[in-house]
Design a protein around this ligand. Structure first.
Ligand SMILES: Cc1ncc(COP(=O)(O)O)c(C=O)c1O
Length: 415
């Protein structure tokens, strides 16, 4: 069965319209007819100010204005410019000094990094493993490459990271395939706002220790929101667990400049490996270059130059960090307001620490989302609940939303 006229389905589930953009368009249409103050657009995955304008780091914008067009117009090397590759490693590692061999290959955003991880470290027909609360494009990328997506239960009944479910799923998959790509999005997980703690990471390490030594696991930490979870050094503390993974595990980090440097549309990021030896690191670079060449070829040079300039100038680096801290604190206040109001109104939330999004579990997410739309509140339904973007809703509204959601859940019998 296929919905296609001419194009090939190739096993992909292609929706009629992108769900999030569809909802967002309805929110925009309602703003146009009912007015801005009647609508809460909690679908957007970019940080907006209280007036609904995209927040751009002025420190980054100033560097952008100094760029010479010739500098950006030239093709960049496939793996990224040497200056960028050094800078992006520093940006991810900060004060952490790994024992392993670190290599980085540029990508168009974190999405490109994830694509390179999946296409190089999983086999056609195999399954890629993610948590059951997951960012939709993981499935798109997997399907686009002829892979499947499978999930483990992210939280147990006590709301703890469900390592037992993860272990079961890893064993199940590795019983039928020789390698596995496991993606863990942390900290400030999309959609829940969960951050894995040291204990979670220790347990994940212990599970991977048990994997048959002949099987290979590429463990991808999707760190797209790393600078919006809390203290930036603390948010990178998971790197020390990656550094001590067993020999048959290759730790990878998908880094993105979209949020951290408000360069969403400039499409810049990198896949970074912490390889156990030089050969593995060289191979990583070679295979990622090959994949890049066969998809986007080289990446935009402009944002690479921006990051290089930031890391060449300690004052500039400090300026960006200070300004970003202000952005982050605003976002974390919004999250705090939402959480406090949820506690007060008895609204259940999926474990939340901070970040762009929070989620509310419910029986019929599509119905709840439709009921909220009638009240001018636009959220994104997931399989097991709704996602509220804290990044695009001002603090006072964040404090009002939980009571409205709770009331709607009760009135419509959706609990
Ligand atoms: C979980 C997650 N990973 C990765 C990304 C990558 O984003 P980009 O390709 O814009 O850098 C996003 C962006 O929304 C995300 O939510």
């Amino acid at each position: 069965m296929t919905d296609m006229f001419f194009a090939l389905q190739n096993g992909r589930e292609i929706p009629k319209e992108d769900k999030i953009f569809g909802i967002s368009n309805r929110a925009k249409a309602m703003i146009a007819t009912a007015g801005k103050d009647k609508v809460v657009n909690a679908t957007i995955g970019a940080l907006m100010d209280d007036e609904g304008r995209l927040m751009v780091l002025s420190s980054v914008s100033e560097i952008f204005k100094t760029l010479d067009l010739a500098e950006c117009a030239e093709y960049a090397p496939i793996a990224g410019t040497a200056g960028f590759r050094e800078a992006v490693k520093k940006d991810m590692l900060r004060s952490f000094v790994p024992q392993r061999h670190v290599e980085a290959v540029a990508s168009p955003g974190g999405t490109g990094a994830l694509k390179n991880a999946i296409s190089n470290y999983s086999a056609p027909g195999d399954s890629v493993l993610v948590a059951d609360w997951y960012w939709g494009p993981y499935k798109t990328i997997a399907q686009e490459h002829g892979r499947r997506l499978e999930t483990f239960r992210m939280f147990d009944e006590q709301g703890r990271f469900d390592v037992a479910s993860l272990a079961k799923k890893i064993n199940e998959l590795l019983a039928r395939q020789d390698s596995l790509v496991l993606i863990l999005n942390t900290p400030a997980h999309n959609p829940t706002g969960y951050a894995m703690d040291s204990q979670d990471w220790q347990l994940v390490g212990a599970v991977l220790e048990q994997v048959d030594g002949n099987k290979k696991v590429a463990l991808v930490a999707d760190a797209a929101y790393i600078d919006f979870a809390g203290d930036e050094e603390e948010s990178r503390s998971f790197l020390r667990f990656l550094d001590v993974m067993p020999e048959n595990v290759l730790p990878l980090v998908a880094h993105s400049l979209s949020k951290s440097y408000t360069l969403y549309g400039m499409r810049c990021g990198a896949l970074i490996c912490l390889a156990k030896n030089e050969q593995e690191a060289e191979e990583f670079k070679k295979v990622c270059e090959f994949s890049s060449r066969g998809s986007w070829s080289n990446c935009a040079r402009g944002p690479q130059v921006i990051l290089q300039k930031i890391y060449e100038d300690p004052q500039l680096l400090q300026k960006v960090a200070d300004e970003r801290r202000g952005f982050r604190e605003m976002l974390l206040r919004r999250g705090g307001a939402f959480k406090a109001a949820a506690d007060e109104s008895g609204l259940e939330m999926v474990p939340f620490h901070g970040g762009f999004f929070a989620t509310v579990p419910c029986q019929e997410p599509d119905r709840l989302s439709a009921e909220l739309e009638k009240q001018g509140i636009f959220v994104v339904p997931f399989t097991k609940g709704i996602r509220v973007s804290l990044a695009s809703v001002r603090e006072e509204k964040c404090a009002e939303l939980p009571a409205i959601i709770k009331k709607t859940l009760c009135a419509k019998n959706l609990l």
